[in-house]
Design a protein around this ligand. Structure first.
Ligand code: WT7
Length: 656
C-alpha cells in the first residue's frame, strides 16, 4: 500500500542549518513564554494526557461535566464521555457577559469592496435567528445539513447555527462541481442545503445555486427536502417552489431568541469530505467536545491569541483549516477574525497586503503555495504597504521550502515576526506539530515540535522507530481529543485506512524525518494523495473522472514537483481504439474533470499513450510514471514491464 515518494523538499531541508530563536519581546508577553514552560507542559501532557486535558477542558463551557475523560477501544476514541457541551455556545454566548460583547467577531470584506463588521452580540443574534430558521424548516439534532457558500459572514452564521441545534454540518468547498456536491450530499444524507445565488471571485460570479440545482436535478439527491439561498450577487436563479427559500426572507421572520441544545461531547459536530487513496472521498467525522478543545487550545497557544489580536486565516471554510482557524478556534477564544470573500490576486497581488494594512491584522495564516505565488508576483506589492501591525505568521497545507520561509519572514514579517509552520490534516482536526512562537526556536522548513498530548513518531515499514535524520512514516502513537471519530458510515474503511498498516496506531499517510534536536521535517505524502496548491487530491478520483469520459480506456494520474503549486497533476491517458489524442481532446478532458470534481483538479499535463506500463500482475507502475512526469527520464528496474515499448513511447511524447 505504501509507495515511497521522492521529495525535492527534503534535500534542501537536510542541509538547512539556520535557527531562529524566539525574540525576547515576543516571549515576554506570550501565552507560553519559554522553552522550559513548553517542555514542562508537554511532559505533563504525555505523562498523564487525561489529567492534562481534563484541566484544559475546564476552560470551555460545559452544561454538564464529563464522567470519564477518555475511552479507547482501538481504534475508536471517546473524550469527555458523558459531558454536555455546545460549540456555538462556546463561540458566542459565553463571550456576551464581558467586554467582548461589543467587540468585533468578524470583519468582512467582499471582493468588490463592500464591508461589514459583526460584533459578538450581533453574530450571536444572527446565529440564533438562523438556528430558528433551520428549526422552522424541520431540522433537528442529529440531521445533516450541507453548506455550499462563498466566504461571507453568513457562512459562519450557517455553520454555528447548525452547531447550535445539533445538526451535523458538512461544508462543501465552493470550487466543487455539481457532481461532487451530489456525491457528498448523498453520502451524508443531508436534509437541507444552505447555499447562495453566487459568490464573487476574480471579478466574476461563481453561480453556486446553479451547481446545487444541477446536483439535485431529477432528484439526484433524494434526501434533500429544503434549499436555503442567500442573495449575495443578485444573479438570477431558479427557485423551486416548496423546496427553495430565500435566506433573507426566512431570517426576517425568525426570532432572535434561541436556547442552545446541550449535546453529548461525542455528538458529531461536522463531516468534512477529503480525498483518500482509494474510492470516493471519505466523510471525516469530528466530535464536539474533543474537537472544540483542539481548535481552542491550538489557537490559544500556537497563535498566541490575545484579546487585542485581529486574526486572519486565509483558508476557505470549505477546508478543515477554515473550520478550525476561521471559525471554531478563534471564536472560542473570543478573537476578532478577518474574512475576505475573493481571490488574493484580484484586482492585483496587493490585495492581501492592502487588507493587512487597513485592518491592522496582527496574525496572518496562509499556505506556502500562496507565498510562492506572491514571491513570483514581486516584492513591489507588499512593499507598497505598511505591514507593521503583524506580529505572528503561520503556514499550513504543505511543506514550505526554506527560500519561501525566508521571504515570508523578511518581506511580510519585516524580520520581526516569528513563523509557525503548522502540520496537521483534515483527520487530525487541529494542529499537531508546530512551533509555539514564544517558546520554540524555528528552522526554515521544519514544523518543529509536537503540540501538547501529541506523540508523533517516525518509523520504518516494520513500525520500528528510525534513527535521527532518517526518513520514515509518520505515526501518531496515542489517541488525542481532536482526532477524527471515523469515516461516516464506514467503520471498516476507517480501520483499514488509518489503523491497519501499523496495527491500532494512527498512520498519517505522510513521510517525515526527525532531526537530532527532535524537530520534525514533513516530507509529504507517501500514498496516492497529491497536494496541489494545498488542495488535497486523490489520484484515484481524477482517474475515475478521466475514465468516465467516453473515449478514455484507461488513465493514471501522478504528481510532479511544481515551483508554485508544490505538486502538479500529470495524467497518462489511453484512448479507446479509433480515438485519436489531440489538443482538443486534452482540453475536453480537462473540462470533464472540472465538471466531475472541480476546476482545481484539472490535470496540468496530459500525455496520451497506447498502453500504460504495468507489472505482470497488472498494477500500473506509478513510480515510473512519476519519474517520467517529473524528469522525462526513467531509471531503475523495468524488467517486470509487460510492454517495454510503452515507456519508450511515453518518453518520446515527453521529448516532443
Ligand atoms: C496533508 C493534509 C490541515 C491543513 C490543511 C491540509 C500536508 C499539511 C503541512 C505542513 C508539510 C503539510 C500533509 C498532510 N500538510 N500541513 N505544515 N508541512 N505538509 O489538510 O487537506 O487534510 O491535507 O497536507 O501532507 O497529510 P488536508
Amino acid at each position: 500500500m505504501i509507495a515511497k515518494k521522492q521529495s525535492t523538499h527534503i534535500e534542501s531541508a537536510l542541509s538547512e542549518k539556520r535557527v531562529f530563536k524566539p525574540s525576547k519581546t515576543f516571549s515576554a508577553v506570550a501565552n507560553i513564554s519559554s522553552l522550559e514552560q513548553y517542555e514542562k507542559m508537554y511532559k505533563a501532557s504525555i505523562a498523564d494526557p487525561q489529567k492534562f486535558f481534563a484541566k484544559q477542558a475546564e476552560e470551555l463551557h460545559w452544561f454538564k461535566k464529563w464522567k470519564k475523560v477518555m475511552s479507547w477501544k482501538a481504534p475508536f476514541a471517546e473524550w469527555f464521555v458523558g459531558g454536555k457541551i455546545n460549540a456555538s455556545y462556546n463561540c458566542l454566548d459565553r463571550h456576551l457577559d464581558s467586554a467582548r460583547r461589543n467587540k468585533a467577531a468578524i470583519i468582512f470584506e467582499g471582493e468588490f469592496g463592500d464591508e461589514r463588521t459583526l460584533t459578538y452580540q450581533q453574530l450571536h443574534r444572527e446565529v440564533c435567528k438562523a438556528a430558528n430558521m433551520l428549526i422552522s424548516l424541520g431540522a433537528t439534532s442529529g440531521d445533516r445539513i450541507a453548506i455550499y457558500m462563498g466566504m461571507t459572514p453568513e457562512l459562519v452564521v450557517a455553520v454555528l447555527a447548525c452547531a447550535r441545534i445539533g445538526a451535523t454540518h458538512s461544508v462543501i468547498f465552493g470550487g466543487f462541481s455539481a457532481e461532487a456536491i451530489r456525491d457528498r450530499v448523498n453520502d451524508a444524507e443531508a436534509k437541507i442545503i444552505i447555499t447562495a445565488d453566487g459568490t464573487f471571485r476574480r471579478g466574476s460570479v461563481i453561480e453556486l445555486k446553479k451547481n446545487v440545482d444541477n446536483a439535485l436535478l431529477g432528484t439526484g439527491c433524494p434526501t434533500v427536502e429544503k434549499v436555503i439561498v442567500l442573495k449575495r450577487t443578485g444573479t438570477e436563479v431558479m427557485m423551486s417552489s416548496g423546496r427553495d427559500h430565500w435566506w433573507q426572507e426566512l431570517m426576517s421572520e425568525a426570532s432572535a431568541t434561541n436556547e442552545c441544545v446541550a449535546l453529548d461531547s461525542e455528538h458529531p459536530l461536522f463531516i468534512l469530505y477529503t480525498s483518500g487513496t482509494t474510492g470516493k472521498p471519505k466523510g471525516i467525522v469530528h466530535s464536539t467536545g474533543g474537537y472544540l478543545l483542539g481548535a481552542y487550545l491550538t489557537t490559544k497557544y500556537i497563535f498566541d491569541m490575545k484579546d487585542e489580536d485581529i486574526f486572519w486565516c486565509t483558508a476557505d471554510v470549505g477546508w478543515v483549516t477554515g473550520h478550525s482557524y476561521v471559525i471554531y478556534g478563534p471564536l472560542s477564544n473570543g478573537a476578532t477574525i478577518m474574512m475576505y470573500e475573493g481571490a488574493p490576486n484580484f484586482p492585483d497581488f496587493g490585495r492581501f497586503w492592502d487588507i493587512i494594512e487597513r485592518r491592522k491584522i496582527s496574525i496572518f495564516y496562509t499556505a506556502p503555495t500562496a507565498i510562492r505565488a506572491f514571491i513570483r508576483a514581486g516584492d513591489e506589492f507588499p512593499k507598497r504597504h505598511d505591514l507593521s501591525s503583524l506580529r505572528l505568521l503561520g503556514t499550513v497545507g504543505e511543506p514550505i521550502n526554506p527560500e519561501a520561509w525566508m521571504w515570508y519572514q523578511k518581506i511580510i514579517g519585516g524580520g520581526k515576526c516569528p513563523i509557525t509552520d503548522t502540520w496537521w490534516q483534515t483527520e487530525t482536526g487541529a494542529i499537531m506539530i508546530a512551533s509555539i512562537p514564544g517558546a520554540i526556536a524555528t528552522k526554515p522548513g521544519s514544523a518543529t515540535l509536537p503540540f501538547f498530548g501529541i506523540q508523533p513518531e517516525v518509523v520504518n515499514k516494520e513500525g520500528v522507530k528510525v534513527k535521527a535524520n532518517e526518513g520514515g512514516f509518520l505515526l501518531i502513537k496515542k489517541p488525542w481529543p481532536w482526532m477524527l471519530r471515523g469515516i461516516y458510515k464506514d467503520p471498516e474503511r476507517f480501520k483499514m485506512q488509518y489503523f491497519t498498516e501499523f496495527p491500532n496506531i494512527y498512520f498519517t499517510g505522510d513521510g517525515a524525518r526527525q532531526d537530532k534536536d527532535g524537530y520534525f521535517w514533513i516530507m509529504g505524502r507517501v500514498d496516492d494523495v497529491i497536494n496541489v496548491s494545498g488542495h488535497r487530491i486523490g489520484t484515484m478520483e481524477v482517474e475515475s473522472a478521466l475514465v468516465s469520459f467516453s473515449s478514455v480506456a484507461e488513465a493514471a494520474v501522478v504528481g510532479r514537483p511544481d515551483e508554485i503549486k508544490g505538486s502538479a497533476l500529470v495524467a497518462f491517458v489511453t484512448l479507446k481504439s479509433g480515438s485519436i489524442g489531440s489538443e482538443e481532446v486534452k482540453s475536453q478532458l480537462r473540462e470533464h474533470v472540472a465538471k466531475e470534481i472541480g476546476s482545481f483538479a484539472k490535470p496540468d499535463d496530459i500525455h496520451f499513450s497506447d498502453a500504460l506500463p504495468k507489472t505482470r500482475s497488472g498494477k500500473i507502475m506509478r513510480r515510473l510514471l512519476r519519474e517520467l512526469a517529473s524528469t522525462g527520464n526513467v531509471k531503475g528496474d523495468t524488467t517486470t514491464l509487460e510492454d517495454f515499448s510503452v515507456l519508450e513511447k511515453l518518453r518520446q511524447t515527453e521529448e516532443e
